[in-house]
Design a binder for this molecule. Structure first.
Ligand SMILES: [Cu+2]
Length: 311
């Protein structure tokens, strides 16, 4: 560690400060007990890996933007070529924010509880008038895949594959439902920032957090990794496929931006970990095996990332 590495246009000093060395091994990936896209359980080998101990925070992302001038996806006007027929006035920078509902509603249409708000981005996570005041230690959100990849490159790191992420999140508890074992709330203890109450209107927040929470507020898993369940979903490099045995474990863009230029607007990557909006009544995805496909340039208020470094 501590070598100077040139990656693309960045020259960075790699360091493993704030990372945890996860020893490689074989594990059972997936789950047979929940959603079809997590099946079948199959064995996968993962090599030794340094993993960020928590998702990248606003404070960390701010340092990156200050140093590089990086402009995130949500700060750029959508390209007219990607949205043929859209009115020019609608093609302004913005992002998706969870807005909930006033009372019980059918759970078949997510657009009822999400709103696309112009002027929303990582600095203004809940609309143009919101700020990061008091949120320095919260995970950065409203970042697209290319933003996560650019940050990783600047740090001399990479994003993980889906298999690497799941293996690390399991904390050595092979086959367990949760990152901490088989019980959602062992001895009544809250282990992660997830939604309590009826989704999407009754936010009971017994942990005290309305939306994202500062990192490291809940117990780490067996490898010392924080926030692997709930809080924010996290990007991986693995292209989305409903059958997770076909995705393999090869890093697609092991390096970074540049390298993301061949990714199309409509491409999807696997995201992992679930978020503060996951509620058992709607989305039981605060589990290592849980997975979703997400558009690479679709940014939201509950999606962030962490980096890794092959050991
Ligand atoms: Cu969820």
């Amino acid at each position: 560690m501590g070598d100077v590495v040139a990656r693309g246009t960045y020259v960075v000093k790699t360091a493993t400060k704030g990372m945890v060395l996860v020893p490689g091994g074989r594990f059972r990936m997936g789950s047979g007990d929940f959603y079809p896209e997590e099946r079948p359980i199959h064995e996968v080998a993962v090599s030794d890996l340094w993993v960020d101990e928590h998702p990248v925070t606003n404070a960390q992302f701010r340092r990156f933007v200050k140093a590089t001038g990086h402009l995130t996806v949500a700060e750029q006007a959508p390209d007219t070529a990607d949205f043929p027929g859209a009115a020019a006035a609608d093609l302004v920078p913005g992002s998706l924010v969870f807005v909930g509902s006033k009372g019980p509603i059918p759970l078949d249409d997510w657009t009822r509880w999400w709103a696309w708000l112009p002027g929303t981005n990582w600095r203004h996570p809940y609309g143009p008038d919101s700020t990061l005041d008091g949120r320095d230690m919260h995970p950065v959100v409203h970042v697209g895949y290319e933003d996560a990849a650019a940050y990783a490159a600047w740090m001399g790191k990479v994003l993980s594959t889906e298999a690497q992420w799941e293996y690390a999140a399991r904390g050595g508890l092979d086959g367990a439902t949760y990152a901490w074992g088989g019980d959602f709330m062992p001895k009544g203890r809250i282990m992660a920032s997830t939604w309590h109450g009826q989704f999407p209107w009754e936010n009971l927040r017994p942990h005290g957090f309305d939306r994202t929470s500062p990192v490291k507020r809940f117990a780490p898993n067996g490898y010392g990794l924080y926030d692997v369940a709930g809080n924010v979903w996290e990007w991986t490099t693995t292209p989305w496929a409903a059958d997770h045995t076909t995705t393999g474990d090869a890093p697609i863009h092991a390096c970074c931006t540049p390298g993301t230029e061949n990714i199309g607007e409509q491409d999807r990557r696997v995201i992992k970990g679930g978020s503060h909006l996951c509620a058992p009544s709607y989305c039981h995805r605060y589990r290592p095996a849980a997975r979703q496909g997400h558009g690479v340039r679709s940014t939201t208020s509950h999606l962030g990332f962490r980096c890794v470094l092959p050991a």
